[in-house]
Design a protein around this ligand. Structure first.
Ligand SMILES: [Mn+2]
Length: 280
């Protein structure tokens, strides 16, 4: 066992990915990369969209994955692509079609002996619900598009995290300038009756001193500190937001906004700490 390098959301930034792979000590070989010491890459999903080279990113990661140099889980962007393809194959970009079978081979989550990987939230009951489901099964994909479906909810939690509807007069603009009326919760923390900006991920300065009563349907399941570390992406963290919160490590420093790609070098002999983080 030679260690893993866990890489955040790539979102079509092929050049930055290659730069990061070199920084991590990987060697290019025949349109792929390998590590001379046998380390492996783990991608946390959201390989596509936003950046300039989704196809290049998919080609490279598919090759590394096929050659067993990399692992990869589904992100919400890949899952949406599968849904669109299953609903109406002609609706998706023609260049993406050849990647659909490979994308459909990816899991919702990965469990290694030492750590776990999921795109947005390790939610025990949703993991349980999805562990025997395959995105290769079109009937399952159709069921995730039904409004009241339990599968829809579970997929949403694993791939987008747990979101809370803000009170009427609350709203904020995310890093893309989009107005949001829902906030992403720090899903691993103990449930509280009152919620304020410090319970959001990333934290919201604006609402740090205000609070509201949590709504009943919020499905937070505390993730104990004694459990294995969980690596996630998804949250588009601003530079000052800590990426490590106890045993939760978010390696998504928002490549789209900051043009920086992050990774965590996981060695088996070491506990989780800031020294493991690396960026382009
Ligand atoms: Mn995402």
């Amino acid at each position: 066992m030679n260690g893993y390098d866990i890489i955040g959301d790539v979102h079509g930034y092929a050049l930055l990915l290659k730069i990061l792979l070199k920084q991590l000590g990987y060697t290019a070989k025949e349109n792929s990369y390998f590590h001379p010491l046998g380390r492996k890459i783990v991608f946390v999903g959201d390989l596509i969209n936003r950046g300039p080279d989704s196809i290049k990113v998919l080609s490279l990661i598919r090759k590394m994955h096929t050659e067993k140099q990399a692992f990869c889980v589904l992100g919400n962007h890949e899952f949406r692509l599968i849904q669109n393809f299953v609903k109406k194959p002609s609706s998706i970009d023609r260049n993406l079609v050849e990647f659909i079978p490979w994308i459909k081979s990816l899991p919702f989550f990965l469990e290694f002996p030492q750590f776990r990987v999921v795109h947005a939230a390790w939610h025990f009951s949703s993991v349980e619900k999805l562990k025997n489901q395959s995105v290769k099964d079109d009937n399952f994909i159709f069921s995730t598009m039904l409004p009241e479906s339990e599968f829809k909810k579970s997929v949403q939690i694993l791939l987008q995290g747990i979101q809370v509807t803000l009170p009427q007069n609350w709203s904020y603009y995310d890093r893309f300038g989009i107005k949001r009326e829902k906030a992403r919760m720090r899903w691993w923390e103990k449930e509280r009756n009152n919620i304020n900006g410090s319970n959001f991920f990333p934290k919201s300065e604006k609402y740090i001193h205000s609070s509201f009563k949590k709504n009943a349907e919020l499905e937070i399941e505390y993730y104990p500190k004694s459990e294995k570390p969980v690596f996630v992406g998804h949250y588009c963290l601003p530079p000052k937001e800590p990426k490590i919160n106890d045993n939760i490590i978010c390696v998504d420093g928002c490549v789209t906004c900051d043009k920086v790609l992050w990774a965590y070098r996981y060695n088996n002999d070491r506990v989780i700490n800031e020294d493991g983080l690396i960026s382009t």
